[in-house]
Design a protein around this ligand. Structure first.
Ligand code: ADP
Length: 273
């Protein structure tokens, strides 16, 4: 069986601002030769410090940005060969949850329409009743009362907004979810709830997941396999417990060595999940 998501040698660079007009244009390699595979039902964790290229990789995997080189396959199909319309038609199969639950929801749209929007693209022929029922069902699954349908985003807390964003991502029944620091903007107690919800949904929907975080504890909790990124390069990858118990790269060892200090902090939630 082909993996749900596969990347081969993805590269992405950005132009750096020139100091003077005469200076040669220099480029920053944000992602260098990254290859990965995610199978159905599997969670791949991606860790690395800020600036290591994690979000750039997420945008490449979602085809929100074009790589300079390399290949991206969704369910075995090479995206570079698709037209824009064909790409749009495939989008429901891969969805993303972003870090910021405030910026990712349109303040002028009711929850019903916010959550139904991706469905309107994939199943435009649904009756009003069926559309409403699908939204109510997914809201219940993410732990929200369907009575919230007529409300607007500002009436919800950060954690509830992230649940709404997750409902929106899941309503088209995607095979894979890319989650880029989905809990890091939230209070610690709420973080654990959102991460537990993602873990439950993964089991319930047999969802494959790419889970991006700078927090190793969270990645250990959620991931089957993990990759460690540094300066745009994957320096280590493997089965999560193997990476934690027998890391092979100095950078991974340094990240792990920095962990216990984090957990001594009174309020850090990951270990108590
Ligand atoms: P991370 O998610 O691990 O913090 P990013 O992927 O956001 O890392 O960034 C990797 C590097 O690429 C950083 O040096 C960042 O400044 C740079 N970068 C990311 N996006 C852009 C962009 N749109 N334009 C220019 N530079 C960018």
């Amino acid at each position: 069986m082909s993996p749900v998501l596969e990347a081969r040698d993805l590269c992405k660079s950005y132009a750096l601002p020139r100091g003077t007009l005469l200076e040669r244009q220099r480029r920053l390699q944000a992602v260098k030769n990254v290859s990965l595979r995610v199978e159905a039902g599997e969670t791949l964790g991606i860790v690395g410090e800020s600036g290591s290229g994690k979000s750039t990789l997420a945008r490449l995997l979602m085809a929100l940005e074009k790589p300079d080189s390399g290949q991206l396959l969704w369910q075995g199909e090479d995206l570079t060969a698709l037209t824009a319309a064909e790409l749009r038609a495939r989008r429901h199969g891969i969805q993303m949850v972003f870090q910021d639950p405030y910026g990712s929801l349109d303040p002028r749209m009711r929850i019903l329409d916010t959550v139904a929007e991706p469905l309107d693209m994939t199943e435009p022929g649904l009756s009003r009743e069926d559309r409403r029922a699908r939204v109510a069902d997914i809201l219940e699954r993410v732990g929200l009362n369907p009575e919230v349908l007529a409300r607007y985003p500002h009436q919800f807390s950060g954690g509830q907004r992230q649940r709404i964003a997750i409902a929106r991502a899941l309503i088209t029944r995607p095979r894979i979810l890319v989650a880029d620091e989905p809990a890091s903007a939230l209070d610690v107690s709420i973080q654990a709830q959102i991460l537990n919800l993602l873990a439950d949904l993964k089991l319930e929907f047999g969802l494959a997941m790419v889970f991006i975080s700078h927090d190793l504890g969270i990645v250990r909790y959620l991931s089957d396999r993990m990759m460690v990124m540094q300066h745009g390069v994957v320096v280590e990858e493997g089965e999560t417990e193997r990476v934690f118990t027998a890391p092979s790269h100095d950078y991974t060892r340094a990240l792990i060595a920095a962990m216990p200090r984090l957990f001594e902090e009174e309020d850090h939630g990951a270990q108590r999940l």
